[in-house]
Design a binder for this molecule. Structure first.
Ligand code: NAD
Length: 363
């Protein structure tokens, strides 16, 4: 008897709709494992406000230990209006920073894919967004957000932006490797006409590019990139950028997809362990109503298969299943046009599981 491959996934649903969308993502993960013949063990942990309520801490030690023993982390969302005051000493969002820091997750990947059937869900014209398929790869642990902020007086404040060669090199490699699996183009975004950090960034990216001769490299200034993204989003494949520019550009790019409920993400480090989560938050305005779109969480499972389990076929099978459900006309409320019938969170999860099981083997 051959031994079945077995993976342990730390599942941290968190708060609000995090719990609802992760329940559907779990169904899809179990279904894909069953279909492709491997075993997955889902171990649940507390995170965010749910963890503060029960343990007093947003990321309890037990949750951290659970993540340490796992092949990947699947997270829903953290955040609760009760803790929204940024001056609060304990906040749910601290869990995310602690996870990134503990596991040195320095690369944030946010794909933006506009399914043809959803081109009209974007606030931009359908002919502009149609065919968009890009990924923003953002450096997550360096740059100005990790400098030395100083408020020197009520007249003067200072922030510092620092980048080291190795920080640029490792994120650039992730971008070039991602491009090799996609359309083989990297657009590196910086502000090299002004910032010293950007000039270092550009030099290092040029050097790394020599190891990937099959990938086309283009440099673009961040102001031009912000404009180009709204005018010609199809021109982009992999967008590689530093922390602050990535923060801004990834939110800008998310508009193309029409709803936060469609956007998955991955945070990766040097090893295989990654953190996978929908881009959206806990959405207290719709929590508990069963109407949240679970596709961002489900597409995060596809990323988990691709980047942590290194199972590309499974990742594609999930993405294809989502595509088929959308092509068949099923919509949650956030992506429906007025008058179109809508399905619930749970129904959408079931539809994706159904589409996954219906696909022929080897998809
Ligand atoms: P949000 O992403 O939770 O919601 C923004 C809007 O998008 C809301 O109108 C919401 O109903 C809608 N929306 C989001 N996800 C959806 C989905 N799957 N389906 C349908 N509609 C969806 O952002 P917010 O309201 O600014 O923040 C709410 C809480 O979430 C805050 O406490 C915030 O700190 C937290 N937050 C957490 C994360 C995270 O866990 N990574 C990210 C962003 C915000």
């Amino acid at each position: 008897m051959t031994q079945q491959t077995r993976y342990v996934i730390a599942v941290l649903p968190g708060d609000g709709i995090g719990q609802e969308v992760i329940a559907e993502a779990e169904k899809v993960l179990r279904a894909v494992a069953e279909r492709f013949g491997w075993h997955v063990e889902l171990r649940h942990g507390l995170v965010g406000a749910a963890a503060i309520d029960q343990t007093g801490r947003p990321l309890p030690d037990e949750t951290l230990a659970l993540c340490q023993s796992a092949d990947a982390i699947l997270l829903g969302a953290v955040g609760d209006p009760r803790y929204d005051d940024p001056r609060s000493r304990i906040r749910p969002e601290q869990a995310l920073l602690a996870l990134r820091k503990t596991f040195e997750l320095f690369a944030n990947l946010r794909p933006v894919w506009v399914h043809p059937a959803l081109a009209s869900a974007s606030p931009l014209r359908p002919e502009i967004v149609q065919g968009t398929d890009c990924i923003v790869i953002r450096e997550l642990t360096g740059g100005i957000y990790f400098g030395e902020p100083r408020v020197e007086s009520d007249q003067r404040a200072v922030d510092t932006m620092i980048y080291h060669r190795n920080e640029v090199e490792r994120i650039a490699r992730i971008a070039f490797q991602a491009a090799q699996r996609r359309k083989r183009k990297v657009t590196s975004v910086d502000k090299a006409n002004v910032l010293a950090c950007s000039r270092l960034w550009r030099r290092v990216v040029d050097q790394v590019a020599r190891d990937y001769p099959d990938v086309v490299l283009q440099h673009m200034l961040v102001d031009a990139a912000a404009m180009h993204l709204m005018r010609h989003p199809r021109d982009f494949d992999v967008i590689l950028t530093e922390n602050m520019f990535g923060d801004i550009l990834s939110d800008e790019a998310s508009v193309l997809a029409g709803s936060m409920g469609m956007l998955p993400s991955a945070s990766l480090g040097e090893g295989r362990l990654g953190l996978f989560e929908p881009v959206h938050g806990s959405a207290p305005d719709i929590a508990g109503k069963g109407i949240a779109n679970p596709l961002a969480a489900i597409l995060s499972v596809a990323m988990l298969c691709r980047y942590s389990l290194r199972r590309e076929r499974e990742a594609k099978a999930i993405e294809n299943a989502v595509g088929r459900v959308l092509e068949a006309g099923y919509r949650t409320a956030d992506i429906a046009v007025p008058g179109q019938p809508v399905v619930t969170t749970q129904q959408m999860g079931d539809l994706v599981v159904g589409a996954l099981s219906a696909q022929g083997s080897g998809t």
